[in-house]
Every structure is written in C-alpha cells, then in structure tokens.
Design a protein around this ligand. Structure first.
Ligand SMILES: [Ca+2]
Length: 206
C-alpha cells in the first residue's frame, strides 16, 4: 500500500488602520503583506513491495498559484469586500483529493471577517462573485488560532467535502472576504494572518 500526503500553507496578512470604523466613511486598511507556501514532498507511508504491474508508484504534487498575494486591497471600510483567485494544480501523476483549513494568528479579527470560497465563478471579482459558482465554504469565519475546517477533512481517506483533482488538471478557487458593515471600533488597529492550508493525499482509484 502506498500513501502520499502533500501540504500547502498560504498565509494572508490582514490588518486594519487606525481609522475609525463607526461610520460608513471610515477606512479600514486590509492588505496582503506576505504569502508563503510550504510544500512537503510525497511521503511513502508504507514500504510494502508491490508487483510492478499492479500500479506504478506515482507522484503527488499539488501547487498553488499565485504563490504570493492572492488578495490585496489598499483600504477597506466596513461593508467592503475583497475577492481573489487561487488556482490549485495537480502537477503529479496521481489523482489527488484535498481538504482546506483556515488558521489565523488571532481569533477576534479573523472571526469578524467573513470568508466565502467558491469554485466555478465565471468572473472572480467583487461584482461577479455572487452571480454563479458552487459554494465550498461560507460565508463563515476567516480563521481561528486552532484552525477551522473550510471544506473536506484532512484525515486520510475520502471524506465529505474532499475535492478530487486529476493529474495535470487544476481547480480555480474564488475567495471572497468581507468586513461586515456592523464591524465596530473594537476592531480598530486589528490585524491577523490567515493561513489557507491545503492538505492533499493520493486518491486511490475505485
Ligand atoms: Ca480526507
């Protein structure tokens, strides 16, 4: 038996300015100041010898694009939103399934931000986000220190919400983050870093 795991972490840093949030004209700055991706290579979980014609030992290699700055906005007021595209590619030779978790550096601001993740959005921007596509997550909290599941389950094996990705194919996620109009002054100067963690594994053909 062969097992492969692949993990990608993408960090978005969101921060508010010192501007007041109480009025519609208040400005809140949200910017992506750093995106990092950490990839852990294929791992053989078992070294059992298999016959060469049973199947070939392939590779699992999930990559994310863009590698930096998936979302960016100079300033943001309560009620505003940011929308961006993230493309996951299966550059390996095996069908993969993947799950997504959201991990933040603090709880309060991350839970105030509402994130929605879709696939199949024709125009992935603020105006086109609601028009079509399939909701994979949200609207829900943008993250938590302990991590929250967005879709799927990183646990080994097929789970509800896991996404399948065939070799040499890609899936484009459209991510929308909204700062609710009801956000109050307690979020002034708040900042958080949200890591979008993708955990992929080899999906054995059925
Ligand atoms: Ca799973």
């Amino acid at each position: 038996m062969l097992g492969f795991t692949n993990l990608i972490g993408i960090s978005l840093t969101l921060g508010s300015t010192a501007a007041r949030l109480a009025t519609a004209s208040a400005i809140m700055g949200v910017s992506v100041t750093g995106v990092t991706i950490a990839t852990f290579g294929p791992v053989f979980s078992d070294t059992e010898v298999v016959s060469a014609d049973a199947f070939e030992a392939g590779t699992l290699d999930i990559a994310a694009s863009p590698a930096r700055a998936a979302l960016s906005l100079v300033s943001m007021a309560p009620g505003d939103q940011i929308t961006g595209t993230l493309t996951l590619s299966n550059e390996g030779s095996l069908q993969a399934r993947y799950a997504m978790r959201l991990i933040s550096t603090e709880d309060r601001f991350a839970s105030a931000l509402k994130m929605t993740v879709k696939t199949g959005v024709t125009n992935c921007d603020d105006g086109g986000f609601a028009a079509d596509g399939e909701v994979l997550y949200g609207p829900g909290e943008a993250g938590a220190i302990d991590g929250i599941p967005a879709f799927g389950d990183p646990a080994s094996g097929p789970d509800h919400g896991d996404r399948l990705l065939n070799p040499a194919t890609q899936e484009t996620l459209c991510i929308n983050v909204r700062l609710p109009i009801s956000s109050d002054n307690s979020l002034q100067n708040a900042s958080t870093t949200i890591t979008l963690e993708f955990v992929a594994e080899f999906a054995r053909p059925s």
